[in-house]
Ligand binder design. Structure first.
Ligand code: FES
Length: 152
């Protein structure tokens, strides 16, 4: 007697009942990931250093007109710009994904090398993906010193 022909085993049940369902779940996962990135970068861009930062002070003589000075304010890199008309201070943290921007003296703007973001001398976005201007800090001259971080 011969053995009965073996029956094909039933396929293992899959978590996905069809290729279409697999693709739908995959697309939903990708969409959720993008939504998470969007929410994080749009609603909570770069963290502000001003909330707990102590003022930074240095002699005005260290910052000639037309020059810049790098400082650390609230634990983050920042810059003070001195023009003939004013003093300005900005965070160097890009409002896109938090890279450090660089001041481009020749071009008179800030450049973020991560995704080619650019900000003008007032910290406003010129081009690229940054959603917000650079964070500006209060700055003033007190008794021959530049003081960054105290409300004016
Ligand atoms: S992190 Fe600056 S442009 Fe993306």
């Amino acid at each position: 007697m011969s053995e009965p022909a073996s029956q094909p085993k039933p396929a293992k049940p899959s978590a996905f009942t069809s290729r279409r369902q697999f693709i739908q779940v995959g697309l939903a996962a990708v969409g959720a990931a993008w939504a998470g990135v969007f929410v994080q970068t749009r609603l909570f861009p770069a963290q502000s250093a001003t909330a707990e930062a102590k003022p930074v002070q240095f002699p005005l003589s260290e910052l000639p007109v037309g020059d810049t000075k790098l400082i650390t304010y609230g634990g983050t890199p920042a810059i003070v710009l001195r023009t003939p008309e004013s003093l300005k201070a900005f965070s160097l943290i890009c409002t896109h994904l938090g890279c450090t921007v660089e001041w481009q003296t020749g071009e008179n703007n800030f450049y973020c090398p991560c995704h080619d973001g650019r900000f003008d001398q007032f910290g406003e976005v010129i081009s690229g993906p940054p959603p917000l201007p650079l964070e500006a800090y209060p700055v003033k001259i007190v008794d021959g010193n530049v003081v960054v971080g105290e409300e004016i």
